[in-house]
Ligand binder design. Sequence first.
Ligand code: ATP
Ligand code: MG
Length: 434
Amino acid sequence: MNVPPGALAILHRLEEAGYQAWIVGGAVRDALLGLSGHDVDITTNARPDAIQALFSDVTTLDVGKAFGTIRVVWDDGVYEVTTYRAEQGYRDGRHPDAVCFSERIEEDLMRRDFTMNAMAWHPSRGLLDVYHGRDDLARGILRAVGDAEERIGEDALRMLRAVRFAARFSLQLEPSLREAIHTHLSRLSLISAERIADELERMWEGAHAERALSLLMETGLWATLFPTLPAEGVSVALFCAVPRDAAFRWAALGRGLVTQETPEGAATLWPVEGPNVRHRKAQAREMRRLLKQLKLPTKRLDRVSAMLSQPQEPLPQTLKEAQRFVGATSPDTEDIVTFLDAEARARDDAAAEREIALVSAFLAIIKRDHLPTTVGDLAISGADVLAHGIPQGRVVGQVLSSLLEDVIDERVLNTPEALKKALPDPTLFQHHKA
Ligand code: ATP
Ligand code: MG
């Protein structure tokens, strides 16, 4: 195993002081799979206080001393050093009732979730693989450590971890593990929204996201998580066509939402407030609600709903229209166009793809030439409008918007002089002052 020098130095120091220490978890698993670069976690029988004392010459961060984890900051990276643990009882289905430190590595491995995550490695003693994780990996099987039913019952998060790992490493769920997930579906409600969201987004952004999606659906996890988003409605083609980014994946899933406004058949261009647009806005609202329940940040909700609602249809056909499109959709324009493109590709709509390619070309020109798209791009500001004698209030914004129209349509140059000259006569607005 290719181990960074810092990890070896930490192991060495622990052992010199009379403790045992191993590399454990993801780093061992990834090394066996020929993948490099995983964070190296170290497990030891030294207690947290002893770890801190032993590494008092370097920075240590207490990230969960009660759980036995100390982060050691070494020259070449940060290492998590965790005391051997044996967990007891999980009455609430998500937290061990007690964390018991242990003197035996075997006990520490026993509490881990899957056989491939329960391997330890030591530079002179080699691989310690009590649960045959290496064989399972070679056979392509994701297996719980010990009794699957019991392990899933203890900690419901393991259901989602199982799907995430099975997808990422292209593994089959061992049958009793699959069965255990089926049995414990209702326990999902014990897990916090944040942890569910985190697992799902790691699936969306991980390798083989489409396999994660189909595993969620096969196991019944999907229907439990998203009862209003039926699996049949989800377009896997769209889910695969969007970039590997959580916001895009959510938007792709949101297109599967059935709303009161669901249009008949698929069209490419729609009248502005027709059933299609209302349907899209309804999908955006429902997706926003679902993501809010998952306690995702507002920024994520905004991006997803911008992509789903796509306010401007038909798409711009000219550069000037594209400038207005950017003004209306900023800062989400690029997301929207990327998403539209994925939709066109997913339904194999060459005409729509060409139309979107044209929009992308316009966007590139707008960017390159710094063409104005919002009132903020004008060479004068609200202060200039006021200085001109136009009264404070909504009218200032209206004047600027109308100047922007003039600039986009090339009736007025975007220079302070030209714009000031084009300002309307302030006496026209006298009645606003009253
Ligand atoms: P990743 O590359 O996704 O981080 P990882 O193996 O490092 O994979 P972590 O979630 O960082 O996974 O956890 C580190 C180790 O802790 C795991 O390999 C596993 O042995 C153990 N572990 C983590 N979460 C659980 C859990 N819910 N139940 C049991 N063991 C767990
Ligand atoms: Mg990890």
